[in-house]
Design a protein around this ligand. Structure first.
Ligand code: VG1
Ligand code: CO
Length: 543
């Protein structure tokens, strides 16, 4: 094998964010950009020699070219084997599963997840460690440090590599294994859920519409829902991964998935509508006539998980990201389960899952998952819903409404202000941080601030501290507004404002979500001065 050592220079800005490094495709295509970052990952892994790496991506534009480069660089950097999904495709949870099952050193996932794809869209790279989970901050910091001092990268001449054909190819001192993208993941799902019960549910006439948004979950959903579980042909739509996602925005919220949403609200609504994101780790759940907020979905899944074989012994605990509503906290409290509140991003759940402290985790951004892998998992969430529906034989709406009656309801919305000028967004956050100490007692309309802080998290397992994870403003009665800046965008800054209002009284469980949050939205504007500082008088997206 001929190894080429290529001279390079550090490239500024290769700092991983909430979930890996995300940039516009043309930036990744620029000379050395991708190679520099990959070499920096490898340099941060001194134990790589002779070890195995998993590789796969969500099929977006540049996936194939990048796969080829990563394989040749892994060979040149001493890896003994790369296990790559067929055609370079692996969903994020499927990659996490392979890392764990095959006991590899880790994996590289080529994805910008919920960000749009295509030649002018976004590309991204995540490194997952040996536990299958996103690299912890200590490792992403080490990778970033490597990017700042890089002088050379190594890449091997392997000749043409065929990623479409399943099989093993041996090179001198290096093995390439092209594996079926779905098989191992599908087998894992069969160990978790009662497939017979779900098959019986479909056989009884239950209807599903799953929108794969022309992203990575298509092949998984087709094989599992239509193939194994007997969902009617055509239940899975947009099931072929396309490099530009067929123009779909791969962030599965009711705004981007308006066709699905409209269908769910219509007379022709299937029993369950669902979607996933670019890389298959998120899930959108809409029952007939009722959108289930991801925060509620986490709470309902946690409360009912025992109905699925994998969780019949109960849960060790629940974790949610800080901006996620406290709906799951009420489940934990009533059931006597441990509850953890972590910063945004799945990497913060890894230690809790590894230590066996929690079984189910979730985020308000439509991510839910369990200890079966170390990523959020879109299809897993749909399957857990299906398993629960198969046992309870009630509608999604009835299950959610019964849940509110038992636990109370957390009205919830996220207001995103996208592509705000970075300096303005920074000024807004700085202004909030400066006022933290004086906000207590502040009144706006009927609301009174009971406390405010800048969320910091101390990992209970390794003691590491992550500060400045978002400004929280708490109100008397349990309401809350959270302000933070996105760590996944590629243009300007995105301000996220999370609104939560709690009601327990039975008469107040059926309010309009938007109306229930109106006072909080007004208070958020008054406290943060969003319009004055950003020039925006309305959010770009409300989810
Ligand atoms: C967003 C979400 C966060 C999620 C992250 C990665 O991060 O808010 O909950 O973990 O995306 O999801 P941010 O920093 O933009 O708010 V994925 O499915 O895009 O990897
Ligand atoms: Co994703």
């Amino acid at each position: 094998m001929k190894i080429n050592l290529i001279e390079t220079q550090p490239i500024a800005g290769q700092k991983p964010g909430t979930s890996g490094l995300r940039k516009k495709v043309p930036q990744f295509q620029a000379p050395h950009y991708l190679e520099n970052f990959i070499q920096s990952i490898f340099n941060a892994l001194p134990e790589r020699v002779g070890s195995t790496l998993v590789l796969g991506g969500d099929g977006r534009y540049f996936n194939r070219e990048a796969s080829d480069i990563v394989i040749r660089m892994a060979a040149a950097n001493g890896f003994g084997r790369v296990i790559v999904g067929q055609s370079g495709i692996l969903s994020t949870p499927a990659a996490s599963n392979l890392i764990r099952q095959r006991k590899t050193l880790g994996g590289i996932i080529l994805s910008a997840s919920h960000n749009p794809g295509g030649p002018q869209g976004d590309f991204g790279i995540k490194f997952n460690a040996a536990n299958g989970g996103p690299a912890p901050e200590s490792l992403t910091d080490a990778i970033f440090a490597e990017t700042q001092k890089l002088t050379t990268y190594a890449i091997a001449d392997l000749g043409p590599i065929d990623l479409d054909k399943i099989g093993i190819t041996a090179f001198e001192g290096f093995t390439l294994e092209v594996t079926d993208s779905v098989e191992a993941y599908q087998a894992l799902m069969q160990t978790l859920f009662d497939f017979d019960a779900i098959r019986a549910l479909f056989a009884s006439g239950f209807t599903l519409r799953f929108d794969a948004l022309s992203a990575v979950t298509g092949p998984y959903a087709l094989r599992i829902f239509e193939g194994l579980l007997g969902a009617a042909p055509g239940s899975v739509v947009n099931g072929v991964p396309l490099s530009d996602f067929g123009g779909h925005h791969p962030d599965p919220n009711p705004v981007n998935c308006h066709d699905l949403y409209d269908l769910a609200m219509s007379d022709a609504a299937p029993d369950l509508c669902a979607a996933s994101d670019g890389d298959g780790d998120r899930n959108l759940i809409i029952g007939r006539g009722l959108f289930v907020t991801p925060s509620d979905s986490l709470a309902v899944l946690a409360a009912n998980a025992r109905l699925a074989p994998a969780y019949k012994g109960g849960l060790a605990g629940i974790a949610r990201s800080m901006p996620t509503s406290a709906a799951a906290d009420r489940v934990a409290e009533k059931r006597g389960l441990a509850m953890f509140e972590t910063p945004t991003g799945w990497k913060f759940f890894g230690n809790l899952l590894d230590a066996g402290k929690v079984t189910i985790c979730g985020e308000e951004s439509a991510g839910t998952g369990s200890d079966h892998v170390r990523e959020k998992d879109g299809l897993w969430a749909v399957l857990l819903w299906l398993n629960i529906l198969a046992v309870r034989r009630e509608s999604v709406a009835d299950i959610v409404k019964a849940h509110w009656r038992e636990f109370g309801r957390n009205y919830y919305a996220r207001h995103d202000y996208e592509e705000v000028e970075s300096a303005a967004a920074d000024r807004l956050m700085l202004g909030l941080r400066e006022r933290l100490g004086s906000l207590k007692g502040y009144r706006h309309g009927p609301l009174v601030v009971s406390g405010a802080d800048d969320f910091a998290y101390r990992d209970p397992i390794d003691g590491s501290v992550s500060a400045h994870q978002g400004v929280r403003v708490m109100f008397e009665g349990g309401g809350r507004v959270v302000f933070r800046l996105s760590g996944t965008g590629t243009a300007g800054a995105t301000l996220r404002v999370y609104l939560e209002h709690v009601e327990a009284g039975p008469a107040l469980l059926d309010l309009d979500n938007h109306a229930a949050l109106a006072d909080l939205a007004a208070a958020a504007e008054a406290i943060a001065q969003i319009t004055r500082l950003t020039g925006r008088d309305a959010p770009s997206v409300i989810t």
